[in-house]
Design a protein around this ligand. Structure first.
Ligand code: GMT
Length: 378
């Protein structure tokens, strides 16, 4: 199949999922066309069946806001025609589903029918999409998609609660390439980061308010009062600077390393003992799944789709949002006993196998085939 994938090319989870989906589909023999405004961060290799088409929005002083949707929909029309793309899979409703619908209508004028599959990722529904400024257009574009998927049951429930949706929503959970997370490299350079007796705690995110970065720091502050420990903070975003200030105030700067954005997540996770994800809301929690696949247990909040990923008492523990004391207690329970830590590490890895890329990606293929068939009948 020739599949066009539209996504945000940044470090956000939706872009990561879209990129890894495209790469896996290409390995399964499909021709993949990424269409976005810069090359997706995890898309290192282009090949005969992985292509990238850049959407350019020229700056024009008349426009207060540059019209990205317009440029994207024009590019989609051009690429569908040029590469005979059969299905467009758009990740994140805003503005991708909207631009794809416009492209579809323009193509129909020329007798070309291309179905649109929209995947909802979370913030497009829970934080941004349901805002009155966007809600009408988001509802319209979801309802006009040929197939709609959400990355968790919780996100499906939220979507049906917040919007007037007439479409069936298929839950297709996010996935993980387990082979990539096998510690097959021998250079797990733990010694560079911490002493043998220190536990390594990790947090990875885009450092937005929803991630509750102060809670990450507070949980770590409590942990390091009890046992020797280091905190690895991976990612960039508005909450990074306040987090560094908080570490200074608490006198723990020598124990906290801020990495910024990294393409070496697997390496960082290979020497981690525990992952913290105390988010306010999270449709899935891809970073938690990546941690689990690397054998790192997760201490998280129990919000949104996280309970569908992190199993309480098995792959880690769940607590109420902002319950720093409970999260600290659970973290220490895991970290203070070497055998128990080993058990949680192994169970975390085992739990991650529920999201094996090889079982999830065929679900998308089935949706493409189904929508394509329906589109041909119409
Ligand atoms: O988590 C973020 O802030 C980024 C955001 C995105 O849109 O890229 O992530 C959302 O999609 C991810 C991939 O499906 C999910 O794993 C995240 O849970 C979800 N984030 C939220 O719901 C806050």
């Amino acid at each position: 199949m020739r599949i066009g994938i539209v996504c945000y090319p940044t470090f956000g989870g939706s872009g990561v999922v879209a990129t890894e989906l495209g790469l896996e589909l290409s390995k399964r023999g499909h021709e993949i066309h990424f269409i976005t405004y810069s090359q997706p961060v995890r898309l290192e290799l282009l090949s005969h069946n992985v292509h990238y088409h850049e959407v350019n929005v020229p700056e024009y002083p008349l426009f207060h806001y540059q019209p990205y949707e317009l440029a994207l929909s024009s590019k989609l029309v051009d690429m569908v025609k040029l590469h005979k793309i059969e299905v467009l899979h758009v990740h994140y409703a805003i503005p991708h589903a909207y631009a794809a619908y416009m492209a579809k209508k323009m193509l129909q004028e020329e007798g070309i029918y291309v179905p649109i599959v929209t995947t909802l990722h979370g913030t497009d529904i829970t934080l941004v999409g349901s805002h009155p400024f966007y809600k009408t257009a988001v509802t319209f574009s979801i309802n006009k998609s040929d197939a709609v998927t959400s990355v968790s049951q919780s996100l499906k429930d939220d979507t049906l609660r917040l919007f007037d949706i007439k479409k069936d929503i298929h839950v297709v959970p996010n996935f993980i390439d387990l082979e990539r997370h096998e510690p097959n490299f021998t250079d797990c350079q733990r010694a560079m980061m911490a002493n043998d007796e220190e536990r390594i705690i990790t947090h990875i995110s885009n450092f937005r308010e929803v991630k509750q970065i102060p809670d990450v720091i507070k949980i770590f502050y409590n942990i390091q009062k009890e046992i020797p420990a280091k905190l690895m903070m991976v990612g960039e975003g508005p909450e990074r600077e306040p987090a560094e200030l908080l570490c200074e105030e608490l006198g723990i700067t020598d124990k906290v390393i801020f990495f910024g954005n990294s393409n070496e997540i697997d390496k960082i996770l290979c020497f981690s003992d525990l992952f913290l994800l105390p988010s306010l809301t999270e449709s899935f929690g891809l970073s938690a799944l990546e941690a689990m696949a690397s054998g790192v247990p997760v201490i998280s909040s129990n919000t949104g789709g996280i309970p569908e990923v992190n199993v309480h008492g098995v792959s880690g523990f769940l607590s109420d949002i902002n319950d720093v004391d409970d999260m600290t207690k659970n973290a220490l329970y895991i970290l203070t006993d070497t055998d128990r830590l080993a058990q949680f590490k192994s169970s975390a890895k085992q739990t991650s196998t529920n999201f094996d890329i090889h079982t999830i990606v065929p679900q998308y293929e089935a949706i493409y085939e189904d929508t394509l068939k329906k589109c041909l009948i119409l």
